[in-house]
Design a protein around this ligand. Structure first.
Ligand code: GUE
Length: 289
């Protein structure tokens, strides 16, 4: 391995420590405590792990949190009613509805029902539009924001002119990551399942962000020597009879050619959670003027 390992866990811990200091300062000034509401529908095991993690990090930073656990058979109207109450509650500053939702519920309708000012996921069309327009007063999706912080940790502020290729075009990672990179003056390409000779396009990237959800899809022949590789994938695979977490990047082969690379676990994931808390604090400040 020649690549520098980008330690997302350590960088996230530093970010959380900073958030904790800011929350403490608010506390000392007598201001109310920032509060995040999390809604979890059903019993999806991965969602339960992620939500537990988010609540734990809230506790560590002093952000108040409240988790609403709804039955997997809940009616959409009930979920929308809960959102209306949380939107109207001035003590709640951030709202996160854990995805995916059960099939009887229209995800788009749920996201549209969240007050954009409390939309700490940055999934509401109002926030997507603001990001597209380059409005600084926007809540940016947590994973792309985490990617940007990881990139700055290796490249400093010199993202300008770098060719950044995003693999994947989802609304929650690929598209917002591309827009954020564009705002930081990168030359941006998005590639996806219909792209012709995807490996050749990726090989031209100075920075590669991979978010497709296919275990170890990106191999060393996709990567330019010295490139920075961020792996957003979280795939559970069987390895010698045991469940194991791997990314969308074939770490062992890519680490031989990349200049820097994030591991899975311990890369983008922890940074995503740190950015959720960062967004909660931003939403709090915005709401309090
Ligand atoms: N409304 C909503 N917002 C989200 O931000 C959201 C979501 N729904 N649904 C699911 C995805 C996934 N996601 C992750 C966050 C942290 C880790 C994370 O911390 N991963 C650890 C490992 C965790 C494990 O052991 O499974 C790591 O990479 O080191 C992973 C995945 C947020 N998501």
């Amino acid at each position: 391995m020649q690549a520098t390992l980008i330690d997302g866990k350590a960088l996230a811990a530093a970010e959380l420590a900073q958030i904790k200091r800011e929350v403490n300062a608010l506390e000392e000034s007598g201001a109310p405590t920032p509060c995040l509401a999390v809604i979890l529908v059903g019993e999806d095991p991965a969602s339960q792990v992620y939500v537990r993690n988010k609540l734990l990090k809230c506790e560590q930073t002093g952000i108040r949190s409240h988790c609403y656990r709804l039955d997997s058979g809940v009616e959409q109207g009930e979920l929308l009613g809960l959102l209306a109450r949380l939107n109207a509650d001035p003590a709640v500053h951030g709202i996160l509805v854990q995805l995916p939702l059960p099939e009887q519920i229209d995800e788009a309708a749920v996201i549209a029902a969240i007050d954009p000012d409390k939309d700490v996921d940055g999934f509401h069309h109002e926030n997507m539009g603001r990001l597209l327009a380059g409005d600084p007063d926007v809540l940016v999706p947590c994973t792309p924001l985490g990617c940007l912080l990881l990139l700055k940790s290796v490249l400093g502020d010199s993202l300008a002119g770098q060719h950044l290729v995003v693999v994947g075009r989802s609304n929650i990672v690929g598209k917002p990551a591309a827009l954020l990179a564009l705002q930081h003056h990168c030359t941006v390409t998005i590639v996806h399942s219909r792209t012709q000779d995807i490996a050749a396009v990726c090989r031209r990237a100075d920075i590669l962000i991979v978010a497709v959800g296919r275990a170890r899809m990106v191999t060393e022949d996709w990567v330019k020597p010295g490139a920075v590789v961020l792996d957003v994938g979280i795939n559970r695979v069987e390895h010698e009879g045991r469940a194991r977490l791997v990314g969308d990047v074939d770490f062992d082969s890519v680490a031989k050619v990349a200049g820097a690379i994030t591991p899975v676990p311990g890369g983008v994931g922890p940074m995503t959670i740190a950015c959720l808390l960062r967004n909660t604090l931003q939403a709090y400040r915005h709401q309090r003027g």
